[in-house]
Design a protein around this ligand. Structure first.
Ligand code: TMP
Length: 214
């Protein structure tokens, strides 16, 4: 039986999700809680190759939305079986930088792919690894964009127009309404300390095992 939670962080680029994930990891480190951080796409040798193909490969500009969906699902199914499930079974806390809700928001809502197909593929790739809690860092598209460091190499997705990111944001907000027990919408426009404390309080109240001796 699992003792420690599977936690995912979601949000658009520039939302601050990766910063908050690192802050949570640092807290767990200080408390001596065994944890593992993953990222998607990627997190395994196969997944990192898929990430490069999705984001930067010179021939990826003609990628169809269907291919994109399948590649994200492929990266995830590898990550779940090679890394996430074994870590949870070893009694570790897993913190994931993106998981299947990204597919729901980006491929399902923003790319407008068939919702049932997306749900089915998400379920197929994730198997029994369903996040216990998901933090969605919510921020408007203009503020998010201004937070992204420049100059940097823009990936394929980051070249999408503002409307694409509005659809992503709306999809995450809808998800939090549909699944309030799992998905917590966090106002990402506040300062980093405040957000970190909110997330930590929520986690401690739901998973007291995080603060007991390890
Ligand atoms: P990031 O995690 O470094 O922000 O980059 C991952 C990019 O991939 C980001 O643009 C979101 C996108 N993405 C999807 O479109 N669908 C997915 O299922 C996942 C995991 C990521």
């Amino acid at each position: 039986m699992r003792r420690l939670p599977f936690i995912t962080f979601e949000g658009s680029e520039g939302s601050g999700k990766s910063t908050q994930l690192q802050r949570l990891a640092a807290r767990l480190e200080r408390l001596g809680v065994p944890y593992l951080v993953t990222r998607e796409p990627g997190g395994t040798p196969i997944g990192e190759t898929i990430r490069e193909l999705l984001q930067f490969a010179s021939h990826n500009s003609g990628m169809t939305p269907e291919t994109e969906l399948l590649l994200f699902a492929a990266s995830r199914s590898q990550l779940v079986r090679e890394v996430i499930r074994p870590a949870l079974e070893r009694g570790m806390c897993v913190i994931a930088d993106r998981f299947f809700d990204s597919t729901t928001a980006y491929q399902g809502a923003a790319r407008a792919l068939d919702r049932e197909t997306v749900d089915r593929l998400n379920a197929f790739a994730a198997g029994d690894c369903i996040p216990d809690v998901t933090f969605v860092l919510d921020i408007d598209a203009t503020s998010a964009k201004s937070r992204m460091q420049e100059p940097r190499r823009q990936d394929r997705m980051e070249q999408e127009p503002a409307e694409f990111y509005e659809r992503v944001r709306k999809a995450y907000r809808d998800l939090a309404t549909r699944e309030p027990n799992r998905v917590a919408l966090i106002n990402g426009a506040r300062n980093e300390d405040e957000i970190e404390n909110d997330i930590w309080e929520m986690l401690c109240s739901r998973f007291p095992s995080l603060t007991t001796d390890h």
